[in-house]
Design a protein around this ligand. Structure first.
Ligand code: ZN
Length: 86
């Protein structure tokens, strides 16, 4: 495993606060052999802010920030609104 990079102002990552996020080492990104083509979806995470992916070669797991895109122009009105009332 690669050793932690030295911290300097240019490579300090801002820690993103995410719900139910497992502990990670924010200084350690993708390891050398784990390029994105080897990564496989592993766990849906919180479904909003992060997912977990696993390297098929070395089995290291990563927490990957995600972003949800909303297409408001393609929204459609729900039929049977009352079925979803609480
Ligand atoms: Zn790997």
């Amino acid at each position: 495993m690669r050793s932690a990079a030295k911290l300097s102002p240019s490579n300090i990552k801002k820690e993103i606060i995410m719900t139910m996020r497992p502990d990670t080492n924010i200084e350690e990104g993708l390891q050398n052999e784990c390029c994105d083509k080897h990564l496989e979806f592993f766990y849906y995470g919180d479904g909003v802010e992060w997912e977990m992916w696993e390297c098929k070669k070395c089995k290291l797991k990563y927490v990957v920030p995600i972003e949800i895109q909303r297409y408001w122009d393609d929204a459609s009105l729900l039929i049977n609104q009352e079925d979803y009332d609480e």
